[in-house]
Design a protein around this ligand. Structure first.
Ligand SMILES: Cc1cc2nc3c(=O)[nH]c(=O)nc-3n(C[C@H](O)[C@H](O)[C@H](O)COP(=O)(O)OP(=O)(O)OC[C@H]3O[C@@H](n4cnc5c(N)ncnc54)[C@H](O)[C@@H]3O)c2cc1C
Length: 503
């Protein structure tokens, strides 16, 4: 049996500017010797020094000079006459009454950078931001909104009512879900070196992209996966996958982590947090402009997938992130024991509704049509769950907020008689379909169909541009399933192989 994580009760300074964590010189930490702080309970400078050391995660022994004779004896040889508190003992070095500046200097702390990340383990952008900070050796404090008492309130306060994670505080300035470019700029990190010319650059790290790279690497072609968010794509955000051959039931993150590990084992380079903005064909290779710098490759596979569609009704824009969501696995945990609405009637809506019902008090599924378009398996399952209610044949009109800006509910209109009603809830999840992530291709010669999907001949991955291929959900006619996307990844890798061998 898995133990539930216990809630950590830490005193959180609500004014987040007091919580500071810093970039530290790694070598100094490794070689840092034992620290002892002599102080007294009544002394404000002792308190300041203690807070400074704790906040910067510096281990130290604290000796209260007033407490016992033993303590007094222990410190006599170190303290001046009359004794000065606080006094810091760093190996044999005695530092009387050090201020913050002195402490920072002594401990190799660069107080120019103070980084705190409010996030959660289930949030893809948090993983991405944490990976970026670690890669760049930035020491940061991670405050898990699920575990740290008051952390969600701090996030909500900073984001004016919206629960946006990661919220990163750098030098006392909050950044809501900053991308890696913003992190790089704010932290004053140098631009990364240019990369060599890869045989294939795969744009998008979902099922299609990862499979292409596994096959390409096994064919001894070097590949780089450029992924703007998190490796695994939409499948990573899916709680359970029950139709991927070979697995009766596997969690999306588990399946996709395995695919990513397989790609890495064969030597693929995974570049997480790199959003591709455009590319151009130079005589010998494609030059790809990403938010993390320039990448060069002899061929490109577009495996950018698709994104959730919005309802485009009143109040939606204002409440996104503050009651209105598009991913149950990402944001569902905010609604434990609460009531939520799910909007949509296809497989995704029902699957996510069933997932939410596992920990929400009540789930109401709202659909425009009189019947669900989802497969029978989901419809049958739905009927067996007590805390799911369905409202069919109604049109969503507007999301409404309370006077304080908190989410109140969804105003709906009954199609049969035009009657309006407010369905109150704590939050809403919209699952009404996907649109391809191909906006950036409009600046390129790659041909798109009317809906924005990448045009290819039926059953092929070649686009209209030589050396550029498309695979997975972003391709015209795709089946929008994980197994189909992996299959398209295989097809794309074969097409790339033929192209590279002839060019
Ligand atoms: C809620 C939900 C539940 C689902 N459940 C199932 C299921 O049970 N079974 C099943 O078979 N399928 C399911 N699917 C469908 C399945 O997830 C997709 O078919 C599959 O993930 C498609 O893979 P893909 O690689 O084509 O695209 P995606 O998984 O969408 O991956 C594309 C990747 O490209 C990245 N990207 C986009 N633009 C750029 C850019 N400019 N630069 C860099 N990176 C970029 C994205 O961040 C993303 O990671 C579900 C989908 C959803 C939304």
């Amino acid at each position: 049996m898995k133990n539930e994580p216990s809630k950590i009760n830490i005193v959180l300074f609500y004014d987040y500017t007091y919580l500071r964590i810093t970039v530290r010189n790694r070598n100094l930490i490794k070689t840092m010797q034992k620290l002892t702080l002599f102080g007294a309970g009544w002394c404000p400078n002792t308190l300041k020094a203690k807070v400074f050391l704790k906040v910067h995660n510096i281990p130290f022994e604290y000796i209260n000079v007033e407490v016992s004779e033993i303590a007094t004896k222990k410190i006599e040889k170190y303290l001046d006459e009359p004794p000065v508190v606080p006094t810091l003992l760093m190996d044999d070095k005695i530092i009387p009454n050090p201020d913050e500046e002195q402490l920072a200097k002594l401990l190799g702390i660069n107080t120019d950078f103070r980084v705190m990340l409010y996030g959660a383990d289930w949030c893809p952008d948090c993983l991405r931001a944490k990976a970026f900070l670690r890669e760049n050796e930035i020491n940061f404090m991670h405050l898990d909104v699920d575990l740290v008492e008051g952390a969600t309130e701090v996030v909500t306060k900073i984001n004016k009512g919206k629960r946006i994670i990661p919220t990163v505080i750098i030098n006392e300035m909050p950044y809501s879900n900053p991308n890696n470019t913003i992190l790089r700029e704010v932290l004053n990190l140098p631009e990364r070196d240019n990369l060599p010319v890869f045989d294939v650059a795969i744009i998008g790290g979902g099922a299609a992209g990862l499979t292409t790279s596994i096959y390409a690497q096994r064919d001894r072609f070097s590949s780089i996966i450029l992924e703007k968010k998190i490796i695994g794509g939409n499948a990573y955000l899916t709680e359970t996958i029950e139709n991927y051959p070979g697995f009766q039931n596997i969690s999306g993150p588990k399946l996709m982590t395995r695919m990513a590990e397989q790609a890495e084992t064969y030597g693929a380079k995974l570049d997480i947090g790199s959003e591709v903005r455009s590319f151009q064909k130079d005589p010998q290779f494609f030059t790809i402009d990403t938010t993390s710098g320039e990448v060069r490759a002899r061929s490109i596979v577009l495996a950018v997938g698709s994104t959730y569609k919005q309802l485009r009704i009143l109040g939606e824009k204002e409440l996104i992130g503050a009651g209105v969501h598009f991913c149950a696995t990402c944001d569902g945990a905010f609604y434990r024991d609460k009531e939520v609405l799910v909007i949509g009637g296809g497989n995704s809506a029902l699957e996510e509704g069933i997932f939410l019902a596992r920990f929400c008090k009540k789930v109401t599924i709202v659909h425009r049509k009189p019947t669900f378009s989802a497969s029978e398996t989901y419809i049958e399952k739905l009927a067996t769950i007590d805390n799911i209610e369905t409202r069919l044949d109604i049109t969503p009109v507007a999301f409404e907020a309370k006077g304080n800006g908190d989410f109140e509910g969804l105003r709906i209109q009954q199609n049969a008689n035009g009657k309006e009603e407010l369905l109150t809830a704590d939050g809403a999840f919209i699952f009404i379909g996907l649109k391809p992530n191909t906006g950036f291709l409009k600046k390129t010669p790659v041909e798109l169909d009317k809906k924005g999907f990448i045009a290819t001949e039926s059953g092929r991955t070649e686009t209209n541009v030589e050396g550029i291929f498309a695979a997975g959900d972003c391709r015209q006619g795709a089946y929008a399933q994980v197994a189909a996307a992996t299959g398209e990844g295989v097809m794309a890798s074969y097409a790339v192989r033929n192209y590279l061998r002839n060019n």
